[in-house]
Design a protein around this ligand. Structure first.
Ligand code: PXG
Length: 444
C-alpha cells in the first residue's frame, strides 16, 4: 500500500473516545479534516473550510506558519526534552521573560503548565499558597462565577459554573467554593455592541459573599474577563473594575482566566490591558504557541511570588509542577509565536478586524432564528432560539450546513461562536458572515 492510499483510507473511528463530543452521533456522521493552511482547514476531498474559531480559539496566526514549524524542528534536534525540576534550559527562561513583557506591569513571574485546565489549577494553588505563606491559612475559599469555564481539572470544575461540567463530579469538586452571578441579562443587553452598559452592579454580589463567608475564608476570585466558552458573554462597563476594588479592599486575590482572551484576542495583549483592570494572577494557554504544541501557565504579580520566597534558601517554595512544565519544544513554539505576533503587528490587526467583525455580525440581526448577537474584540456569538424540546439541534444543523457551505463553525447549545484568525482578511471575515447568513436562511 503506498502513502497516498494509506492517507485516504477512512480510519476506524471506534477506539478514540472523543472529548466534549456526542461520540455515537459523530461516529455515524463524522467530520474529519485532513490538513490546514492559513485561515482554512482542508477536508479529505480537498474542499476548504474557513477556520471560524481559530482552531479552538488557539491559532490566531493561522495554520502551517513556517517560522513555528522551523523553530519546533530545530528545537527537537537540539534539545528534545529537559526537566525543569532542579534543572533549566535557556528557552524556558526566555519564554517566561517574553510572556512577562506581554503582561501588565508587575505581573512578571511565570509558572508553566501544559493546558488551560492546568493553568487554572496552578493559579488556584498559588493563591492558596500565597495566603498560607502570609499566615492567613484560613483563606481557602475560591469564588467563581455562573456559566464560567475554567477547564476540566478539579479546581477548574469547582470554580466553573457550567452545570453539566460539574454536576456528575460533585463529590470530587472542592467544597470551599461559591459563585458570583453571571452577567448575561438579555432584557438589558440583547444585541449590544461590545460591552453592555448595564450590569456593573452585579459585581456587588461579591460584597454579599464576603459578608456571608467572611473575607478571612476567601483566597481568590477567578473570572474570565470575557466568558468565552459559554458563548461570548461580554463584561458590562465598570463590572471588572468593581470586582477589582472589592477584592483589594478585602485582601482577596483576583485571577483573570485569560486562556481565550490572552495574546491579542481582544485587541490588546491581555484583557487586563484592554479593560485597564490589573488582576493579581493571569492564566493563559492556547494562543501562546498558536496551538501548535500544548502550553499554558499562570503569570503572578511579583508580590505574590515574593510572598512565597521564604524560609531557608534550599526550601522548595511551591509543591507543584508538571513533568512538562516549560517543555523545550513548547517553549520554542511559544517564542516563535510571540515573535510572529509582534513582528506582524497582529494584536493591532486583531483590534482593526474587530470593528469589521462587529459591523458584519450585527447585520445578521434580522435573520431567521437569531435571538441575540454579542461581540467583543475579535470574537462574536450568534445565539439562536432553540427548537421546541430539542435544545442544541438548531445550532447543530447550522454547524452541518456550515461545513457544506465552507465554514468550520463552533456551536455549543444553540450558540454559534466565531473568533477568526488575526491573519484573516477583512474580506474573509465579511465572507464568513455572508456564508453564515445563507446557512441561517436554510436551517429549519
Ligand atoms: N480556561 C478558559 C477560560 C478556557 O476557555 C480552559 C480554561 C481550559 O483549557 P484546556 O487547555 O485545558 O482545554 C479553557 C478552554 C469553546 C472551547 O468552544 C473553549 C475551550 C476549550 C475548548 C472549546 O469555546 N476553552
Amino acid at each position: 500500500m503506498n502513502a497516498t492510499t494509506t492517507t485516504t483510507t477512512a480510519p476506524d473511528l471506534s477506539a478514540f473516545w472523543m472529548p466534549f463530543t456526542a461520540n455515537r452521533y459523530f461516529k455515524r456522521h463524522p467530520t474529519l479534516v485532513a490538513g490546514a493552511e492559513g485561515a482554512y482547514y482542508r477536508l479529505p476531498d480537498g474542499r476548504r473550510l474557513f477556520d471560524c474559531l481559530s482552531g479552538l480559539w488557539c491559532s490566531p496566526l493561522g495554520h502551517g506558519r513556517p517560522e513555528i514549524i522551523e523553530a519546533v524542528r530545530r528545537q527537537i534536534g537540539e534539545l528534545d526534552f529537559a526537566p525543569t525540576f532542579q534543572v533549566g534550559h535557556p528557552k524556558v527562561f526566555e519564554l517566561a521573560a517574553r510572556v512577562a513583557q506581554w503582561a501588565p506591569a508587575g505581573l512578571n513571574r511565570v509558572f508553566f503548565s501544559n493546558s488551560g485546565s492546568e493553568a487554572v489549577d496552578s493559579a488556584l494553588k498559588i493563591a492558596l499558597a500565597y495566603h498560607h505563606a502570609r499566615g492567613e491559612a484560613s483563606r481557602v475559599r475560591i469564588i467563581g462565577r455562573e456559566r464560567a469555564y475554567h477547564g476540566v481539572g478539579i479546581g477548574g470544575i469547582s470554580a466553573g459554573g457550567i452545570g453539566p461540567n460539574r454536576r456528575v463530579f460533585g463529590a470530587l469538586s472542592a467544597p470551599f467554593v461559591d459563585h458570583l452571578p453571571h452577567t448575561y441579562e438579555p432584557a438589558q443587553m440583547r444585541f449590544s455592541r461590545g460591552q453592555p452598559t448595564w450590569g456593573a452592579h452585579l459585581a456587588d454580589t461579591l460584597e454579599r459573599l464576603v459578608a456571608l463567608h467572611d473575607a478571612s475564608t476567601i483566597a481568590a476570585v477567578i473570572v474570565e474577563p470575557m466568558q468565552g466558552s459559554t458563548g461570548v458573554i461580554v463584561p458590562p462597563v465598570g463590572y471588572l473594575e468593581r470586582l477589582r476594588e472589592i477584592c483589594t479592599r478585602h485582601g482577596i486575590l483576583l485571577i483573570f482566566d485569560e486562556v481565550i482572551t490572552g495574546f491579542g484576542r481582544l485587541g490588546a495583549n491581555f484583557a487586563a490591558q484592554r479593560l485597564g483592570v490589573t488582576p493579581d494572577i493571569i492564566t493563559f494557554a492556547k494562543a501562546v504557541t498558536n496551538g501548535v504544541i500544548p502550553l499554558g501557565g499562570a503569570i503572578a504579580h511579583q508580590s505574590v511570588y515574593d510572598a512565597l520566597m521564604r524560609g531557608p534558601e534550599q526550601t522548595i517554595e511551591l509543591f507543584h509542577g508538571y513533568t512538562y512544565s516549560g517543555h523545550p519544544v513548547a517553549c520554542a513554539a511559544g517564542l516563535a509565536t510571540l515573535e510572529a505576533l509582534e513582528k506582524g503587528g497582529l494584536v493591532e490587526r486583531s483590534a482593526q478586524l474587530s470593528t469589521v467583525l462587529e459591523e458584519a455580525v450585527h447585520s445578521l440581526r434580522d435573520e431567521p432564528h437569531v435571538i441575540d448577537i454579542r461581540n467583543f474584540g475579535l470574537a462574536a456569538a450568534v445565539e439562536l432560539g432553540a427548537r421546541d424540546g430539542q435544545p442544541g439541534a438548531r445550532a447543530r444543523e447550522a454547524f452541518e450546513r456550515g461545513v457544506q457551505a465552507g465554514l468550520l463553525l463552533r456551536f455549543s447549545a444553540d450558540i454559534l461562536a466565531v473568533a477568526p484568525p488575526f491573519i484573516a482578511t477583512e474580506e474573509q471575515i465579511r465572507d464568513m458572515v455572508e456564508t453564515l447568513r445563507g446557512v441561517l436562511r436554510r436551517i429549519a
